[in-house]
Design a protein around this ligand. Structure first.
Ligand code: NAP
Length: 326
C-alpha cells in the first residue's frame, strides 16, 4: 500500500484527499516507478482545486510531472534502479500522475534523468522550468541575440517566469521582469538575473495597436491584455514565445505588430513535445542553470500540503517552484 492524492468529484466540486492505494489500482503502463518528487504547476492548481476543467475522469491522481526510480519495467529501455523524469503527455490529467508514491507509466513518456540532476533538482525545474527552456529555445531559434536588446518576461515570479529569467540572464541577455508583486519578489528576480523590474499594472492598460518599440524578445506566461501590450511594444523583427494564460486565454490584439513590425508570435507547448527535443532541453537546463537557482527559488512541501499550495498557485500567490516530496 502507498499514499496518493486522490481527486474525486461530488456535486461538480473537486474533492482532494490522501488515500492508501495498492499497485493493482494503478493504471496500465510498462514502467512502474517509485516517485521521489512531483512538482506543483499552475495546471495542477487548476486540476486540484477544480477551478479549471483539466480532469474529466475521476478518481484521478494529479501531478503533471514526476521524478523517480524504476521499480519494474516491461520495456528494454529501462531497468530497475534507473532514474527517470516525466513531464506532460496528459499524465495527471487523464492518466494517474505524480502525486502518489508510485506511478505506472508508458516508457515512451519517460526521459532518463540527465546527469547533473537528482530527483529533487529535476522537479525544482519541473514542467514549468522545462517549458521556460522551450520558450528560451524558441527565442534562440528566432535568431534573437543578446546585443539585439532587452528581453521581457511576464509572470516573472511564477515557475515558468522565474526559470526563464534565470536562463536568459545566464545566456547573457538583458532581462526585464514584469510582476504583480514588485515589493515582495523584486529582490529575488534581481538575484535570478533581472536587470529591471516592471510593475504589472503598466501592462494592464489597454494596448494601442502599436506603441514605442522596446523589446527584442519576450517570454509571455500571462496571455490576455498583458500579451497584447507586449506585442504592441515589440521591436521590428522581434519574437515572442507565448506559453501561458495565467491572466486569461483571450488576446485583445491587432494584426499591426505582425504586418508592420515583422513580429513573430511563437506558441510553446510542453505536453506533446517530441522526445528528442525534450532530451536536448533537459541537457541545456543542466548546462545553464546555476547552483544558485536551486538555492533560492524553491519550496519543498509534503503531499498533504499540496491542496493548500494548489489554491495559492491559482491565486498567483506562489513564488518560484514548489516541489512535493513523496
Ligand atoms: N504551454 C505549456 O506547455 C505550459 C507549460 C507550463 C505552464 N504553462 C502555463 O504557463 C503559465 C505559468 O505557469 P506557472 O506554472 O509558471 O504558474 P505560476 O507559478 O502560477 O506563475 C504564473 C505567474 O503569472 C502571474 N499572474 C498570476 N495571475 C495573474 C493575472 N491574473 N494576471 C497577470 N499575471 C498573473 C504571477 O506572477 P507575478 O506575481 O510575478 O506577476 C504568477 O506567479 C500558466 O498559464 C500555465 O498554464 C504552459
Amino acid at each position: 500500500m502507498f499514499n496518493a492524492l486522490i481527486l474525486n468529484q461530488e456535486e461538480k466540486r473537486t474533492i482532494a484527499s490522501i488515500e492508501q492505494i495498492d499497485e493493482a489500482q494503478l493504471p496500465e503502463g510498462d514502467v512502474l516507478i517509485d516517485v521521489d518528487y512531483s512538482s506543483l504547476n499552475y495546471k495542477d492548481g487548476l486540476a486540484i482545486t477544480g477551478k479549471g476543467k483539466i480532469i474529466r475522469n475521476f478518481p484521478m491522481v494529479p501531478g503533471i510531472d514526476l521524478a523517480g526510480t524504476v521499480v519494474d519495467s516491461k520495456d528494454a529501455r529501462y531497468q530497475a534502479g534507473d532514474k527517470v523524469v516525466l513531464t506532460g503527455w496528459g499524465v495527471g490529467e487523464n492518466h494517474w500522475g505524480g502525486m502518489a508514491q508510485r506511478a505506472s507509466l508508458k516508457a515512451d513518456w519517460l526521459v532518463p534523468l540527465p546527469q547533473g540532476l537528482d530527483s529533487k533538482k529535476a522537479m525544482m525545474v519541473g514542467t514549468a522550468g522545462f517549458t521556460a527552456m522551450l520558450c528560451v529555445q524558441a527565442l534562440l531559434d528566432a535568431g534573437i541575440k543578446p546585443e539585439d536588446g532587452e528581453i521581457l518576461v511576464t509572470g516573472a515570479s511564477g515557475g515558468v517566469g522565474s526559470v526563464a529569467v534565470t536562463l536568459l540572464a545566464e545566456l547573457g541577455y538583458t532581462v526585464a521582469a514584469v510582476t504583480g508583486r514588485v515589493e515582495q519578489n523584486g529582490p529575488l528576480l534581481e538575484k535570478l538575473g533581472a536587470s529591471r523590474i516592471i510593475d504589472r499594472v503598466e501592462f494592464e492598460e489597454p494596448a494601442r495597436p502599436l506603441e514605442k518599440q522596446i523589446w527584442a524578445g519576450a517570454v509571455d506566461t500571462v496571455g490576455s491584455k498583458v500579451l497584447a501590450k507586449v506585442l504592441a511594444q515589440m521591436d521590428y523583427n522581434s519574437a515572442v514565445a507565448a506559453c501561458g494564460l495565467a491572466g486569461g486565454f483571450d488576446l485583445p490584439t491587432t494584426v499591426m505588430p505582425f504586418i508592420l513590425r515583422n513580429v513573430r508570435l511563437q506558441g510553446v507547448d510542453s505536453v506533446m513535445c517530441p522526445t528528442e527535443k525534450r532530451i536536448a532541453a533537459w541537457e541545456k537546463l543542466v548546462e545553464l542553470l546555476p547552483d544558485s537557482y536551486f538555492e533560492q527559488a524553491c519550496t519543498e512541501v509534503e503531499l498533504a500540503e499540496a491542496p493548500k499550495y494548489a489554491e495559492d498557485i491559482t491565486n498567483g500567490q506562489v513564488t518560484g517552484r514548489v516541489v512535493i516530496k513523496l
